[in-house]
Design a protein around this ligand. Structure first.
Ligand code: ACO
Length: 432
């Protein structure tokens, strides 16, 4: 029998339906609360609000569990690769050999960027933020593919496969182009025969008359890095994508908004902030005490970057995988990065400190991801764009869920107004 919760305000009772997910997650459905009682549910930052039902990712923050379409992240990290996981996240099952081959083909066919779009990039100052340029380039995609981005769910879903491949493939190409543009290097065209990650490294690092030669360890590390970012439930950028998409905005417009949301230091920008912190500890020959002490002051701008998570309150399973991968990758590439030792010491110091222990603050995925990116030769200012390449499948999958939901409605939260009550307009001549 369906359960009901009862809310009692004064002496009146309001029955509210109870929902339960396939993994036992429980919710009280408050959709009718306002109509029935005049009250809204208040939840600043939506930390305790289920904004949708979703079949894509299951996350249990208390137990450090992350699964995409039912598959544990640990198994995907060990046995899958980014493109396969992207398909899984978007379409809901592991691809057959044919589906995987066709998807790879579609990605390859849509990897090159139009000459006119290159001109958009060249219109930006070379000092511009890579995330600002990336978001703008993705926002421009509907102008080049109007048939795939009509702002009509039915039509856009019919062309979804192509739009998804364009977004995934071109975002990777844009990132390589942004990198080369900022360095004053000529753009390198994608090579049809290369797999997704090698093609990215080719576009990033090929030199005139000297093509990048794929290194299996590097490709594997990049694959892992992107795979670990493929989706993460209703985080800030994904919820942004869903919110924008709920207005029937096309997938490119919605993903562009997601990129903007990702750029903030409390979200995707944290990987850069972590490396800046580790670098200053290194340069100042400090042992991290200064950063730990500052983080404990409670000021938002002094937080220990790469620590804490809005949902994981035990450990971030991605941080565990990436932390272990750091050792392997650096060893395989023969790199001795002093920042890795600093990060490990800092982690140990924080994990012994009551401030962090009592608040359940543990390393998150961003704590070690920068060290891997640095080993791959990716400069710090490009870190968050790498996160964007990895997260694109998740954004697209979430957009598709919104677009395909016949019962979906536009996202429109309410608020509690705490500003001035009604007052009369005073003409400027009488205001002194
Ligand atoms: N350093 C020091 N103190 C922290 C940190 C931190 N990194 N994170 C949280 N706290 C403190 C808060 O000040 C608060 O203390 P209080 O109870 O004394 O007021 C307590 O821990 C709880 O913090 P909340 O703000 O409730 O944590 P919330 O879940 O809202 O924030 C967030 C999560 C934004 C990730 C936060 O931990 C943070 O700012 N971390 C650093 C930035 C970072 O690494 N972001 C990447 C997140 S992962 C990702 O986006 C891929």
């Amino acid at each position: 029998m369906a359960k009901t919760a009862v809310l009692k305000i004064d002496d009146k009772e309001y029955p509210l339906p109870v929902m339960e997910g396939t993994e036992g997650e429980k919710a009280i459905d408050t959709r009718q609360l306002r109509t029935a009682s005049g009250y809204i549910a208040y939840d600043q930052g939506y930390g305790n609000t289920g904004s949708c039902e979703s079949q894509i990712t299951y996350l249990d923050g208390d137990n450090g569990i992350l699964r995409h379409r039912g598959y544990p992240i640990e198994q995907l990290a060990n046995q899958s690769e980014f493109v396969e996981t992207a398909w899984l996240v978007i379409y809901g099952s592991l691809p057959t050999q044919k589906q995987r081959k066709d998807f790879g083909q579609l990605l390859r066919q849509n990897s090159a960027v139009e000459m006119q779009m290159q001109k958009i990039l060249e219109g930006f100052p070379t000092s511009a933020s890579p995330m600002a340029m990336l978001s703008a380039l993705v926002a421009a995609l509907p102008a080049y593919y109007p048939d795939l981005a009509t702002n009509n769910f039915e039509k856009d879903l019919k062309n979804f496969d192509l739009a998804a491949a364009i977004a995934i493939s071109k975002i990777r190409t844009f990132v390589a182009m942004i990198y080369r543009y900022q360095k004053g290097l000529p753009f390198v065209f994608p090579k049809q025969e290369l797999p997704f990650c090698d093609n990215f490294l080719h576009m990033m690092f090929s030199e005139p008359y000297k093509d990048y030669v794929p290194v299996p360890e590097v490709s594997r590390a990049l694959n892992l890095l992107l795979l670990l970012h493929a989706d993460h439930e209703q985080n800030c950028s994904t919820s942004t994508v869903r919110m924008v998409g709920s207005s029937q905005a096309n997938v490119f417009a919605s993903v562009s908004a997601g990129i903007s949301a990702l750029s903030g230091p409390l979200h995707g920008g944290a990987n850069m902030a972590v490396m800046q912190m580790l670098q200053s500890i290194h340069d100042e020959h400090d042992d991290g005490t200064r950063f730990i002490a500052a983080a404990k002051s409670g000021s938002k701008s002094n937080r220990l970057m790469g620590f804490g998570h809005a949902v994981y309150k035990n450990f971030d399973p991605r941080a565990k995988i990436i932390g272990e991968a750091c050792d392997v990758v650096l060893k395989r590439l023969g790199i001795d990065d002093p920042l890795l030792a600093i990060a490990k010491n800092l982690e140990q110091a924080a994990l012994k400190d009551d401030y962090f222990v009592s608040r359940k603050l543990y390393p998150n995925v961003d704590f070690y991801s920068g060290i891997i990116m640095r080993a791959l030769g990716i400069p710090m200012n490009m870190f968050t764009t790498m996160f964007a390449i990895g997260r694109t499948p998740g954004w697209i999958a979430n957009w598709r869920e919104v677009a395909a939901n016949p019962k979906g409605r536009i996202y429109r939260p309410r608020q509690i107004y705490v500003g001035p009550t009604k007052r009369d307009y005073v003409p400027i001549s009488q205001r002194g």
